[in-house]
Write a protein that binds this ligand. Structure first.
Ligand code: API
Length: 277
């Protein structure tokens, strides 16, 4: 299987052009190629497929083999892949995902994609659509107890489920202990991606993330968007924020009039390779 390793703010995936390659047993393949000792090493597998309704279809899998409905860092790299490899010459792309079609604008440098702006659509706050089990209309700073410790979650979907938690200091988090407990908490029937946010000032936040199906990653694009929505809902930041992640920065803009989130960030090719499956 030919592949290209790419990353967005250190959130790294194995990308395969499935307009040319055929992959079977996809969940098992995602687990195998993601293994950082016995495989290529990545946060998951992203398949680029043709689409009836858009320019391409992004089919994304976490490193545990579970299928993700949307991937913010991944979709920027898909745009870079299809443009730099000449599968398209469009600088405005429509990419189908399991959470609908996303519109992207490419930012070029020396004829190749360096950054991408993605229209990430509207945030979803209704608990039943996130999904999160609650009889409330919205979950803003909702108390939850994990390991006897009280936290407050603000729940937002960007086409995939997020629980946003505000903390004093992201660097001292026992994330590998509490992350899985949020991920698998019974109030999240489809599990959840959990973002831990430290407010730096009204236009800058620091974020760590425990991703559903991948564990701690260096960045989460949908999570950065969900976090800015949570910050605005809680009156903690302006609607345009720099999100500093372990792997780099993302620029997030929440256009409240349009009720639309825009994300701008890098897309980087690491190397090409071939693996026997
Ligand atoms: N783990 C996520 C998918 C990847 C999202 C993340 N890598 C991003 O950049 O948005 C989920 O299962 O919903």
């Amino acid at each position: 299987m030919k592949f290209t390793k790419m990353q967005g703010c250190g959130n790294d995936y194995v990308y395969v052009d499935c307009t040319k390659e055929v992959i079977e047993h996809i969940p098992e393949t995602a687990v195998k190629v993601s293994d950082r000792h016995f495989g290529i090493g990545s946060d998951g597998l992203i398949l680029i497929k043709s689409s009836e309704t858009a320019d391409f279809f992004m089919d994304m899998y976490n490193n545990d083999g579970s299928r993700g409905k949307m991937c913010g860092n991944g979709i920027r790299c898909v745009a870079k892949y299809v443009y730099d490899y000449g599968l398209t010459n469009k600088e405005h792309l429509r990419i189908e995902t399991l959470s609908g079609i996303k519109e992207l604008d490419l930012i070029l440098q020396d004829g190749k994609v360096s950054q991408v702006t993605v229209n990430m659509g509207a945030p979803i706050l209704q608990p039943s659509l996130i999904p999160v089990v609650s009889d409330k209309d919205v979950l803003i700073k909702e108390p939850i107890t994990i390991d006897g410790q009280r936290y407050e979650i603000t729940c937002v979907s960007m086409g995939n489920p997020h629980a946003v938690v505000f903390v004093e200091d992201t660097s001292s988090l026992p994330i590998e202990v509490i992350g899985p407990k949020f991920e698998n908490h019974p109030i999240f029937p489809d599990r959840v991606n959990t973002e831990f946010i430290q407010i730096i000032d009204r236009t800058h936040i620091r974020m760590r993330v425990w991703e559903r199906g991948s564990g701690e990653t260096f960045a989460c694009g949908t999570g950065a968007c969900a976090s800015v929505v949570a910050c605005v809902l809680n009156g903690l930041t302006e609607p345009e924020v720099t999100v500093t992640l372990l792997g780099g920065d993302l620029s997030i803009r929440y256009d409240q009039k349009e009720n639309t989130i825009y994300m701008t960030g890098p897309a980087v090719k690491v190397y090409e390779g071939e693996i026997e499956l």
